[in-house]
Design a protein around this ligand. Structure first.
Ligand SMILES: [Zn+2]
Length: 394
């Protein structure tokens, strides 16, 4: 009597309702789990590429476009690392972004700057300090003597300390061997549309990643360094040098209050950094960049004297005319927009980026900036700074 009864039909209805609820729930659950898995995978990839990047893209592109760009990058990096380093693509991020990429054999002779052998008479070489100091008193030219190591720096930039009265400041006597060996009568390359990537504050754990990108695109750049004298720092300096990039001095301490206290204090700090680079690479730097740029809030009282003194010693400083603002905490989008918009407005662009103080964001945006530059219709030429590049100064 149960079958066909009202109770039976009630049960049938309940069973059908339950099935209608349970089956979709199970399907949802399975699909949800799959989606979640996918999401986790995306999260993992995102973490590898770097936090913030995806969101930044998302503000500028539709989601599908974003993933196309993303996939494109991924393929390139895998290909590059396989080709150049033979890494397992699965490990690409740890190799590229952790700064643990292969450091080329550091036993090679350091690549020295293309310092012209028609060198200026200011060559101080390895001459003994006393000799230079003594010779410096009498500024007669001894340039005829071929490669005389004691050749005298000519004091042609004494305006700041009294015009032609030749009043010598005490700091001019400091570090008599600290002179830049730069060619005389430089004829600058003033071609338009040259772009110079510069990285301040390294070497750091990010240096290898920067170098990898530069190598990937076969580019040369400039590093204004803060060497700490450690083995790690020296190895990275050596890698920068061996790759043929320009190394310029930034500072040893990067403490504005300390280094801009006086010209003497600046020279003390500069000398430490200069010696460390020389010890690590054999390079005697000729280019430098003032921490904070040549005009900053800390150096006002000594600025003119300091610039005159460094110039008198033959050193060439570069400021910048394009600021990525990476050290100011700019996001990926801000950095990208800063660099592209400011570069467009320049005939020649010196781009300020940071090896260290920009953090991962600098690494993340670097390739995009490089791609924009090399594919731009203006045909930008990317190069490193040398003494033959007309300085960009504030
Ligand atoms: Zn700096």
């Amino acid at each position: 009597m149960y079958f066909g009864s009202v109770r039976f039909f009630k049960h049938v209805i309940v069973a059908v309702v339950i099935i209608l609820i349970i089956v979709p729930c199970v399907i949802c659950f399975v699909l949800g789990a799959q989606l979640n898995e996918q999401k986790e995978e995306n999260e993992k990839l995102r973490a590898e590429i770097g936090s913030g990047r995806i969101e930044e893209y998302n503000t500028r592109y539709e989601a599908d476009q974003m993933f196309e760009l993303y996939r494109d990058k991924l393929d390139d990096k895998e290909g590059f690392l396989q080709r150049v380093y033979g890494y397992d693509p699965g490990e690409y991020s740890s190799a590229l972004f952790s700064g643990e990429a292969v450091i080329p054999d550091a036993t090679d002779a350091p690549v020295t700057e293309p310092a012209a052998s028609t060198a200026a008479p200011e060559t101080s070489g390895d001459s003994e300090p006393e000799a230079v100091q003594a010779m410096a008193e009498s500024t007669d030219g001894v340039a005829e003597t071929t490669e005389a190591p004691e050749e005298v720096p000519e004091f042609t930039h004494t305006e700041a300390s009294g015009g032609t009265t030749n009043v010598r400041a005490a700091y001019e006597m400091m570090y008599p061997e600290l002179y830049a060996d730069v060619p005389e009568n430089i004829v600058y390359n003033e071609d338009m549309d040259y772009v110079y990537l510069t990285f301040d504050d390294g070497p750091s754990k990010y240096t290898d990643s920067i170098l990898n990108y530069l190598e990937m695109y076969d580019l040369k750049a400039t590093f204004f360094v803060v060497p700490d004298g450690s083995d790690e720092s020296n190895a990275r300096l050596k890698r920068i040098a061996n790759a043929g990039h320009t190394i310029g001095i930034h500072t040893a301490s990067h403490e504005y209050n300390k280094i801009y206290e006086s010209v003497e204090a600046y020279l003390d700090d500069f000398k430490i950094a200069y010696d460390r680079v020389y010890a690590a690479t054999g390079i005697k730097c000729t280019l430098f960049r003032f921490p904070g740029g040549s005009i900053n809030d800390y150096n006002e009282s000594i600025r003119d004297d300091l610039i005159a003194e460094m110039t008198r010693r033959g050193f060439i400083y570069f400021d910048w005319n394009v600021d990525s603002s990476d050290a100011l905490g700019a996001t990926w989008t801000e950095m990208y927009n800063n660099v592209t918009s400011q570069t467009k407005a320049c005939n020649r662009a010196v781009i300020l980026m940071h090896d260290y103080n920009g953090g991962y964001n600098t690494i993340l945006v670097l390739e995009d900036i490089i791609r924009w530059l090399i594919s731009n219709e203006r045909g930008y030429k990317l190069d490193k700074l040398t003494e033959f590049v007309k300085p960009v100064q504030f």
